[in-house]
Design a protein around this ligand. Structure first.
Ligand code: XMP
Length: 518
C-alpha cells in the first residue's frame, strides 16, 4: 500500500530565507518534502531516497572558492534535480557551464520570456511570459553541455535552463514566493509530472498516519500533555485524544495571566465538547504572589517559567503510571534547532518560553506534529474539529498578560487589561479586521493620566492598543487601522471599564521597536 511518505522530495538548503517556503509549496501539492542542510552527512541524503531534489537559493556566490558545493550523492541519486537561484548557479558551474557576478543586482519583479518548445515552463502562461521574483547578484552566462535555455529575462538571457534527458533544471528566479506568477504550478509540475510523485500528503492521511504512530509508540501507556490553549498544544490534544482516548491526560495551568474567559473556553472546547481528560490547575494566586514586587521583564518571565514547572510537576505527581510526555514541537523548531546550512541565514528566535519542562521529568516524548509546518497544523486542527477561531488565533506569549502590564503585575491591572483586550479583539472581529492583522493586543501603562468625569478630575492608568502586520514576526509594520475603528475601541474601553483615563495607539514598527512592550 502507498504510504504517506513514499513519494518525497528533498529540499537541500543553501541558506536561503525562502527554503521553508519551497517545502511548504511542495507539500501544498500533496507531496511530502523535507529540508536538509547542504553540508549534511551525505549518508542521510542517500538514506532519504527522494524522488527528486530541489536545491535552494543562498547568500553565497559560486564564484567564490568557499561557496557551497552540491554533494556528489545528490547526482548519484539519478533523480530529477531543480536548482533555484544559487542552486541553479551551482548546477551550471559543476556541470561545466559558466557563472559570473554581474554588476547589476537584480532584485524584484522581472518579465520571464518562455521559449516556445515544450518544457517545464510551457503551459504556465497564456501570454508566453511570466512576472517572476528575482533576487541575485550572479547569473549563468554559459550553459553546461546537454542544457538548453527555456526562459530568459532582460538581464538574464539564461534565466531558466533544462537538460530534459537527465531531468536537471535551473531557475534564476524564485518560484516559491507568491510574487512569482505560475510559481506554485511550476513546482507542482516538477513534483508530479517530472518526479512522478502522487498526492498522498493530505490532512486525512496525515491524521491517520499520526494516529497509527502514536498508538504504536505508547501502546497502553498513559500520556501527559501541558495544554496551554495555544494552537500547537490544542492540536496535539485533539489528535492524541482521537488516537488514544482516555490514555491522554491534559494539565491546563491557569496562571491568572490569560485572556478574558480563556480558562473556561479551554475547558469547554476540550473537556466538554471533545471529551478530553483535562485537569485545570487554578494557580492565579500562586503566580501573582511569586510575581509580587518584581518589575523587571526578564525576571518576570523567569518567575512565570519556574512557577509553571512547579505547578505542572505537582499535578503530574498526583497522576500514576505516566510514562509519556506529549509536546507540540513543530517542523520549524526541528529545523532551527538542527541549524540548517550551518545556521547561516537562519536567525533563531530565542524567547524565554513558558512550558519548557525540566529534564528530570524523564518521560519519553510524544511529538505528533514534528513533521508539520504551522499552516499544516492549523489545517489539521480544523479537520480534527477544533473551532476555527481557536486554530487561527493570533499568537499569545507564554508569560501572557505579565509582559503586557508594564512593571509590577497586580491582579487589579490584569483585570483591567483583560477587559480592554477583550473589547479590542471583539471589535476587530466585528469589523472583519482580526484576520487582516497578524497580532493585536492591549498594553497596561501604570501611569496616572488625567481625565474629566462629570465635574471631577480623575487620574487613572493608560491603555495602549497594539496591532501589527507581519509574516515572520521578526519584522513588523504597525497596522493602519481606520480612525473610526480606533475611536470606537477607545470609547468602549474608557466608558465600559471605568478605571482607564485614556487610550493611545502604538505607531512603532519593528525594528527598532518590538511587538510586545516588554
Ligand atoms: P517581540 O516582542 O520579540 O515578539 O517582537 C515577537 C513575537 O514573540 C512573542 N513573544 C513571546 N512569546 N514568550 C513567548 O512565548 C515570550 O516571552 C515572548 N515575548 C514575545 C510576541 O507575542 C510576538 O508574537
Amino acid at each position: 500500500m502507498m504510504s504517506l511518505h513514499d513519494d518525497r522530495l528533498l529540499i537541500l538548503d543553501f541558506g536561503s530565507q525562502y527554503t521553508q517556503l519551497i517545502a511548504r509549496r511542495v507539500r501544498e501539492h500533496g507531496v511530502y518534502s523535507e529540508i536538509l542542510p547542504c553540508d549534511v552527512d551525505p549518508l542521510r541524503i542517500r538514506a532519504f531516497a527522494p524522488k527528486g531534489v530541489i536545491l535552494s537559493g543562498g547568500p553565497e556566490s559560486t564564484t567564490d572558492a568557499t561557496g557551497w558545493k552540491i554533494p556528489n550523492e545528490v547526482y548519484d541519486l539519478k533523480v530529477p534535480l531543480l536548482g533555484i537561484c544559487y542552486g541553479m548557479q551551482a548546477l551550471a558551474k559543476e556541470l561545466g557551464g559558466r557563472v559570473e557576478s554581474s554588476d547589476l543586482r537584480e532584485f524584484g519583479h522581472a518579465d520571464l520570456f518562455i521559449e516556445k518548445e515544450e518544457s517545464l515552463l510551457t503551459g504556465l502562461s497564456d501570454e508566453g511570459s511570466l512576472s517572476v521574483w528575482m533576487s541575485h547578484g550572479d547569473r549563468v552566462t554559459q550553459l553546461p553541455s546537454g542544457f538548453k535555455v527555456i526562459g530568459s529575462s532582460d538581464h538574464a538571457p539564461i534565466a531558466a535552463m533544462a537538460d530534459e534527458e537527465r531531468a536537471i533544471y535551473g531557475l534564476q528566479f524564485h518560484p516559491e514566493v507568491t510574487h512569482t506568477e505560475g510559481g506554485s504550478e511550476l513546482l507542482a509540475k516538477f513534483a508530479h509530472a517530472i518526479c512522478g510523485c502522487g498526492r498522498e500528503w493530505t490532512p486525512e492521511n496525515i491524521i491517520n498516519d499520526a494516529i497509527t504512530k502514536a498508538r504504536e509508540q505508547v501502546g497502553d501507556g498513559q500520556v501527559l500533555l501541558g495544554l496551554s490553549g495555544g494552537v500547537d498544544s490544542s492540536v496535539v490534544a485533539a489528535l492524541l485524544h482521537r488516537a488514544i482516548g482516555d490514555q491522554l491526560v491534559c494539565v491546563f495551568v491557569d496562571n491568572g495571566l490569560l485572556r478574558l474567559n480563556e480558562g473556561t473556553q479551554v475547558m469547554e472546547t476540550f473537556a466538554k465538547n471533545l471529551g478530553v481528560r483535562v485537569i485545570r490547575a487554578n494557580a492565579e494566586e500562586r503566580f501573582l504572589t511569586a510575581l509580587k514586587g518584581e518589575p523587571d521583564p526578564e525576571r518576570k518571565r523567569k518567575i512565570i517559567g519556574r512557577t509553571f514547572i512547579q505547578v505542572f510537576e505537582e499535578q503530574a505527581a498526583q497522576l500514576k503510571d505516566i510514562r509519556f510526555l506529549a509536546q507540540g514541537t513543530i517542523y520549524p523548531d526541528v529545523i532551527e534547532s538542527a541549524g540548517a546550512a550551518s545556521g547561516k541565514a537562519h536567525v533563531i528566535k530565542s524567547h524565554h518560553n513558558v512550558g519548557g519542562l525540566p529534564e528530570e521529568m524523564r518521560m519519553e516524548l510524544v511529538e505528533p506534529l514534528r513533521e508539520l509546518f504551522k499552516d499544516e497544523v492549523r489545517t489539521l486542527g480544523v479537520a480534527l474539529g477544533l473551532p476555527k477561531s481557536m486554530v487561527y488565533r493570533h499568537p499569545f506569549p507564554g508569560p501572557g498578560l505579565a509582559v503586557r502590564i508594564l512593571g509590577e503585575v497586580e491582579k487589579h491591572s490584569a483585570d483591567i487589561l483583560r477587559k480592554a483586550d477583550h473589547i479590542f479583539i471583539e471589535e476587530l472581529r466585528k469589523a472583519d479586521l482580526y484576520d487582516k492583522v497578524s497580532q493585536a493586543f492591549t498594553v497596561f501603562l501604570p501611569v496616572n493620566s488625567v481625565g474629566v468625569v462629570g465635574d471631577q478630575r480623575r487620574y487613572a492608568p493608560v491603555i495602549a492598543l497594539r496591532a501589527v502586520e507581519t509574516i515572520d514576526f521578526m519584522t513588523a509594520r504597525w497596522a493602519r487601522l481606520p480612525y473610526e475603528f480606533v475611536e470606537r475601541v477607545s470609547g468602549r474601553i474608557i466608558n465600559e471599564i471605568g478605571d482607564v483615563s485614556r487610550v493611545v495607539y502604538d505607531v512603532s514598527s519593528k525594528p527598532p521597536a518590538t511587538i510586545e512592550w516588554e
